[in-house]
Design a protein around this ligand. Structure first.
Ligand SMILES: CC(C)(COP(=O)(O)OP(=O)(O)OC[C@H]1O[C@@H](n2cnc3c(N)ncnc32)[C@H](O)[C@@H]1OP(=O)(O)O)[C@@H](O)C(=O)NCCC(=O)NCCS
Length: 301
């Protein structure tokens, strides 16, 4: 869809109006047209579910109306059969009498397609980028990986095998999402911040970042680290404990190196039994050794 005449305020007003209409928006052509415009603007990176804003307490502003627009797309979409079909014969590829790959989803959210001109590498083997996701030039997606709608993946990021970029997650420039990294999505509540991974972060293998956590620029999450709203993070460099509050999510500081650790349970039966629980620990802040450990092989790019 062409976006030359893109008028942000007008689109916002239409999205708000159709979202407020509830079930009445189903079957309304302007609701569908407004949603398609929003989806195209998201894909082009003209709009974001959350964006940097120095005036916001966390440095990021959530665009709740954009998230409402994404939800509108789900509400007004109809379930369709998107199964892999043999278009040359006009029929679904059959295997043992069944479609070879069954895909059923809302017609408003098909998978995105790309061309070499987009400058994105999608390595063969079965990854999917859902429509409404922005994938910038220079991004590499290694199969199988999934990028959900509303996500923003900035220039030069690497999304490795089995990685998930959840709905509305914001992934910065040159971020490395290692194999099986799980970046949670937050669509609802609409004013909730999505997971944000700022520029130059390394997210190690099997790491999970959920519930609106913000990982600041240049931080390193060692393999196996899990971060949620309820996970206190012990910073042994500064002698502090980082936690989410009612107003702010968990925030990992710039250049922090976080590794999975454990701490002793200090009360009750847990203590009696000598138990410990998982806890992420900031063991240091990025130094030359970390830079060496996290350098990406340029040749692969
Ligand atoms: C964090 C990481 C980058 C190492 O960074 P580094 O700056 O070289 O870290 P260091 O080796 O100096 O270690 C600093 C401290 O953290 C500890 N540590 C490092 N990695 C750790 C891990 N994964 N789990 C637990 N502790 C770890 C070290 O033992 C050391 O502790 P010590 O000072 O008490 O000995 C590396 O461990 C890592 O996890 N890399 C990601 C690997 C990965 O997922 N690759 C994906 C390929 S698809």
């Amino acid at each position: 869809m062409k976006l030359e005449n893109f008028d942000l305020q007008d689109l916002k007003a239409r999205i708000e109006q159709h979202f407020a209409a509830g079930a009445d928006a189903i079957g309304n052509d302007d609701a569908l047209g407004s949603f398609i415009e929003l989806r195209s603007a998201l894909e082009a990176g003209l709009l974001r579910a959350a964006e940097p804003d120095s005036a916001a307490p966390t440095g990021w502003r959530v665009n709740a109306w954009v998230k409402r627009g994404i939800l509108l797309g789900f509400r007004i979409g109809k379930l369709v059969d998107l199964s892999i079909a043999d278009h040359t014969r006009g029929e679904t590829l059959l295997f043992g009498g069944h479609p070879q790959i069954t895909l059923i989803d809302k017609d408003t959210y098909p998978a995105r397609t790309f061309t070499p001109e987009d400058g994105v590498r999608i390595v063969a083997g079965g990854s999917s980028v859902r429509s409404g996701a922005h994938v910038a030039r220079g991004v590499i997606i290694v199969p199988p990986a999934y990028v959900n709608t509303g996500a923003y993946v900035d220039e030069g990021a690497l999304v490795d095998s089995h990685a998930l970029v959840g709905s509305c997650a914001q992934i910065g420039k040159r971020v490395h999402l290692s194999a099986a990294a799980q970046i949670g999505g937050v669509l609802e509540p609409v004013n909730a911040s999505p997971v944000i991974i700022e520029d130059d972060v390394l997210v190690g293998g099997n790491t999970g970042v959920y519930e609106g956590t913000i990982v600041r620029r240049g931080a390193v999450l060692a393999a196996g680290t899990i971060l949620t709203r309820g996970t206190p993070v012990y910073d042994v460099v500064h002698g502090t404990i980082l936690k989410a509050t009612a107003e702010t999510p968990l925030i990992i500081p710039e250049r922090a190196v976080v590794v999975p650790g454990s701490r002793a349970v200090t009360a009750g039966y847990g203590r009696q039994m000598g138990l410990s629980v998982y806890t992420p620990v900031i063991v240091k802040y990025r130094d030359e050794k970390t830079d060496l450990s996290t350098t990406l092989e340029d040749l692969l790019r």
